[in-house]
Structure formats: structure tokens, C-alpha cells
Write a protein that binds this ligand. Sequence first.
Ligand code: DGY
Length: 319
Amino acid sequence: MLCVVRVVSTSQLPIDLVGQVTAALPGTIVEVPPVGHVGLAGVDLRDADALVCLLLDKIDAKLLASAPKLRVVANCAVGVDNIDLAAAAAAGVTVTNTPDVLTEATAELAFTLMLAAARRLGEGERLVRSGAWTGWALDQLLGVQLHGKTAGIIGFGRIGQAFARRALGFGMRVIYAGPHEVSAEGTERVSIDEVFARADAVSLHCPLTPETRHVVNAARLATMKPTAIVVNTARGDCVDEPALIDALTAGRLAGAGLDVFVGEPKIDPRLLSCPRLVLAPHIGSATTEARTSMAQLCADAVIAVLSGRRPPNVVTRTA
Ligand code: DGY
């Protein structure tokens, strides 16, 4: 019996997945939605061999059971908290992600949010657009200077280190908390609590795990300087949002920048009216360069697994 190989993507991609897969593996059927993201409800996985998905797609044991032929899930994101890795391992499904290619883009966005929060850019932009700006004033929208201050980084992997390079270039000191000592000149490894107590700007660059859920919480916020800033481009659940809202509203924190939210795209309405808060719609890796390379890594992973090779960037792989 002729066995047809099927590759399914839950989203349109900025590369020619159909062309690349069929060139490498002639006869393979590749299904890519014509526009946007159709999600798992929009694809038929019953006889799919490979799945390209986004961080929006929840890959759990039930989903995997409905796809008995599946050999690879190529997640077009570096974070894999949307995937039950144990269930994938048990099902013999290889999971890949897209590290490295989004490192600089994500660090740039985190840095953007830090600068925007420090200099109250959101408030300034709203003031100018409102037509209510009456002109230059000595005490208008005073922010905090970052030069000479301390950047605190939670999670010192690729993106955390890329953020640190930028901070050092801006004349900041860098302290970080992470599972490993990293030899990076001008940086100091300290405990998580020490990062919050000492830093003038804390930026999260950790994966979402049970340990990092609510790594920003009321207790740690209470130890921060009132002139400090919190930035989150990691995952929404790393921050206890009500605790952050309370700290900002009470003026116990100078500002925050959030790119990710608990339960996004729904946003706690209190965040929308919260003072000193800069908001972005989960665009950490949203550059043409990063997103194209991320999609390319997914194509490479699918082709590798279907060709019997070990793909790059395996997160979990069973024998
Ligand atoms: C990721 O890759 O995990 C980001 O959140 C989106 O690029």
C-alpha cells in the first residue's frame, strides 16, 4: 500500500513550506492555510506525519492521541510551554523550537520597553496625540536615567545575555539570576531575590516553568526600589499581574513594560488604566528577519525528521 506522507501547518508562514518540503521529499502532501492562523481546529491531524504550529496551539496528550502517525511537532517559537513535552515523549513525537534566530529581536524589544518605561514614552505619546500638550515644562514627565544604574536579569540564557550586552553598552551594571554561572565580563550572578532588591530595572528572560510562575510577585515587588522598572517579554504567567498593578498604582514602582500577559490576548482591564505601564502585543520576536528564520527552522526540522535525520533544536526526542 502506498503510504502518503502529510505535513500540516496551523498557520501561513513567511517561507515556502510546500515548495521546500516537496523539493526535499517528493510526493509529500503539505497543507498550509492560505492566510493567517487557523489553529488546531482548522487542520486534520488524523494521518499527519508532521505538524508546524505556533505558541497559540496547545499540544497535549489528547491532541497527540488524535494524531497517531505524528513524528514531529515543529513549534514556531522558542518557548514550548504550549506543548506537553512528557506526553510528546511518551507518544514518540520529536519536538523542536526556534532558538537563536529571535534572540536579538527579543532583546531589542525588551530594551525598548525598558527605555520606554523609564522615560514614560507611552504617557508622552498619549499626551501629544490628545492635543492637550501645552508645551515644554521643567517638571513634565520626569523619568529615570538608566546610565550608571543596575540592570537585573532573570534568566541568563541567550536572550538574557543579549539584553545584558545592550545594558553594558548603555553604561549600566548587570546582575543576573540563572541556574548557571555564565562568564560574561561586567556581569555578576546573584540570587533572584537579590536581583529584585538591587536592580533599577528587572527584565525577565526565563522560560515559563513551575519555578518561574509569578517570579514577579508582591513579596519581591515590595523589596524593589520605588524608582525601579519591571519588563516582561517572557511569558505572562511569570508576573503576578494584580501585584504589579497594585505596586504601580500605589507608586511603589516607577514603571513597567509588558509584552506578554496572563490569558492573552485577553488583558486584565486594570492593566489598561494602570499608570506608568507600557504595553505591547507579544511582539518580542516580531521582526521580518526573526520570523522568517523561525519559520525556516520549522521547515528544516520537518524535513530532517521525515528524512530520518536528527533535526536541529530538539527539545524532547524519544529513541
Ligand atoms: C517565543 O518564541 O517563545 C516568543 O514568545 C514568540 O516568538
